[in-house]
Design a protein around this ligand. Structure first.
Ligand code: AVJ
Length: 349
């Protein structure tokens, strides 16, 4: 469903040539997609819910708290790395166009934008949450007179084709280990779409969390303050509110562990006892056994080798690999691989 491209100017302020926002996922379409996802996930074994539904206003607030927990090193380490790398990166790339997948409040992006040294730039944030996109766009435009923002409100797995063509050199950002939420088929599909946004000389900057000792990994998803547990249970509140389900979040226990075979943290909600959950709007009734789980998130961890392979599978070549001193987190800079030359024609005999 494509909304009319309109600017905030048309909505409530003086018109602005520097700001456009396109809405590709209206409330109705999103609710329909969610109903489908919830029906499929809860109907399957093991039962599951997609992690993108963690992020209502409360969930986003809880995630923000997670990023400041002592155990959750990911955000802190990535931000420090971006601070260190941004000047060099922006000055050697000199992009005129930055696309960001899952931009949220664009907190990390402002560091990159600030490091470019005042050249004109178009920023294209792609995010499902119109409120956070609009708020951060307003702020960025206010701070930076040489900036243009063309926001695409939508799901980066479904709406990347609405990213406008680049005027010059492009940098695509996918930060924060968000790619860790996608299982291998989904992430290759997404990275192939990213490849499609790039031309020769363009770059893709990807933030990935690294495989490391089990205690560090597990502590990051089992904080002593219980914020991650609350974040996990919040997905049930989201389903209750959106679809009229009658989950009792307090009847589920948070369970997060590292699955070394698959190189991922798995988060589950464990049913404390036998219970029935009803979702009348879907005509659904689910019987949960004691200790039966709902799998709410995978958070994949990478090595340089596995990241290189993943990029290669999507037609991308690792151009530079940066980690912090303790090798906790990595920023992978990738370039599009040249398209294979057409195979030589067999000569006529
Ligand atoms: C936002 C997907 C990167 O996987 O670490 C934090 C979400 N889940 N604590 C992650 C999350 C539990 C986070 N990502």
């Amino acid at each position: 469903m494509i909304g009319h491209p309109m600017s905030i100017g048309e909505r409530d302020q003086e018109p602005s040539a520097r700001y456009r926002i396109e809405v590709h996922a209206d409330v109705h379409a999103r609710l329909k997609a969610m109903a489908e996802d919830v029906r499929n996930g809860l109907g399957a074994r093991p039962r599951s819910l997609p992690p993108k539904y963690f992020y209502d206003a409360t969930g986003s607030q809880l995630f923000d708290e997670i990023t400041r927990l002592p155990e959750y090193y990911l955000t802190r380490v990535e931000e420090a790395m971006l601070d260190r790398l941004s000047p060099q990166l922006m000055q050697s790339l000199t992009p005129t166009d930055i696309v960001e997948l899952g931009s949220g409040f664009s907190v990390k992006t402002r560091r990159l934008l600030a490091a470019r040294g005042g050249t004109p730039l178009r920023y294209i944030p792609v995010d499902v949450d119109e409120t956070s996109v609009a708020a951060s766009a307003a702020r960025l435009l206010d701070e930076d007179p040489r900036l243009e923002v063309h926001a695409v409100v939508g799901d980066f797995e479904r709406h990347l084709m609405h990213v406008p063509p680049a005027g010059g050199r492009r940098l695509v950002l996918f930060l924060g280990s968000t790619i860790g939420n996608l299982d291998p088929p989904a992430r290759v599909a997404l990275l192939k779409q990213v490849r499609g946004l790039l031309r020769r000389g363009d770059r893709f900057l990807l933030g990935v969390d690294l495989v490391k000792e089990l205690p560090t990994l597990e502590a990051a998803y089992n904080d002593t303050a219980g914020v991650t547990a609350a974040f996990n249970r919040n997905i049930l509140h989201v389903v209750n509110r959106a679809l009229g389900a009658d989950f009792r979040p307090e009847a589920f226990r948070h369970h997060a562990f590292y699955n070394a075979t698959e190189a991922r943290i798995e988060m589950h909600l464990v049913s404390e006892h036998r219970q029935t959950v009803r979702i009348p709007s879907l005509g659904l009734r689910i019987e949960l056994e004691p200790a039966e789980t709902i799998w709410t998130e995978s958070s994949y961890k990478f090595t340089r080798a596995s990241a290189t392979r993943m990029l290669a599978d999507a037609g991308l070549r690792l151009h530079a690999w940066h980690t912090d001193d303790e090798r906790r987190f990595a920023l992978a800079l990738a370039a599009p691989r040249a398209r294979a030359a057409a195979a030589p024609r067999p000569r006529a005999a």
